[in-house]
Write a protein that binds this ligand. Structure first.
Ligand code: FES
Length: 107
């Protein structure tokens, strides 16, 4: 169902800089409202099976709480070791209070 946007939560449910974990078709996603935008990034760190939504958000990055790699919410790329592989990011649309995410990775 790539390209199909599906509602994952309400915009008003998101606290600024506090990731929210949701699931879409069995895919865990961390939804983050920061710097006036909403981002959706796969919730599993590319280094080990750890939930990124338990980490901190700063400067448009989400930090893995276990070893501290920081992933760019726009690209999914890590900017610090030990992670070397990007985490998938997903396009987001806002419609009223609805946050919609598409599992397609083309933004
Ligand atoms: S598990 Fe995320 S950086 Fe190691």
């Amino acid at each position: 169902m790539s390209g199909t946007f599906v509602r994952v939560c309400g915009l008003s449910e998101l606290e600024e800089d506090t990731p929210k974990r949701v699931e879409l078709d069995g895919t865990p996603i961390s939804v983050v409202h920061t710097e006036g935008e909403v981002f959706a990034i796969n919730d599993i760190c590319s280094h080990a099976n750890v939930s990124l939504s338990e980490g901190e958000v700063d400067d448009c990055h989400i930090e893995c709480w276990l070893h501290g790699s920081r992933f760019d919410l726009r690209s999914g790329k890590p900017d610090s070791l030990p992670a070397t592989r990007p985490v998938p990011v997903y396009p987001v649309k806002i419609e009223g209070d609805d946050v919609l995410v598409s599992l397609s990775q083309e933004s």
